[in-house]
Write a protein that binds this ligand. Structure first.
Ligand SMILES: [Ca+2]
Ligand SMILES: [Ca+2]
Length: 138
């Protein structure tokens, strides 16, 4: 298992609220999402990447291998979905990319946005909901 105490390191950065919502024209995503503010679209990728690395990158080499991912409770299917370049290793960029699609955004909001403020922080990832996100099939 993973030491949950160290999860608190490094979460503060993502508190910088996404100013992403300032898209000039109405993006199609806005109308299809039941969100009051689309700031989560900006914060979810980073939060997910931070969380995933804290949980899974146990040898701290900056990559999440398949054994590391599975040991952290991640699903095999999710690993394959995140590993965009199919090199059996997950990078921070791949995590951010994977967490930037609409289904993930919605799912993350529903299971991990505990205080319902539409901001998803790494701290909120460090919950039962966060664990579910490791298993989420994209
Ligand atoms: Ca690693
Ligand atoms: Ca990869």
């Amino acid at each position: 298992m993973i030491g949950f105490g160290k999860f608190f390191a490094g979460g503060v950065g993502a508190l910088a609220v996404g100013v992403f919502s300032s898209c000039q024209t109405q993006p199609p995503m806005q109308s299809s999402l039941p969100l009051n503010r689309p700031v989560t679209a900006r914060t979810v990728g980073t939060a997910y990447a931070d969380y995933a690395f804290e949980v899974a990158d146990t040898d701290r080499n900056g990559f999440v291998s398949r054994p590391e991912w599975l040991a952290a409770g991640g699903a095999e299917m999710t690993f394959d979905a995140i590993d965009e370049n199919r090199n059996a290793s997950l990078t921070r960029t791949e995590f951010v990319d994977a967490a930037s699609n609409e289904p993930f955004l919605l799912y993350a909001k529903n299971v991990a946005d505990i205080n319902r403020d539409s901001n998803l922080t790494p701290k909120e990832m460090r919950t039962y909901g966060g664990v579910q996100l490791l298993r989420y099939g994209f």
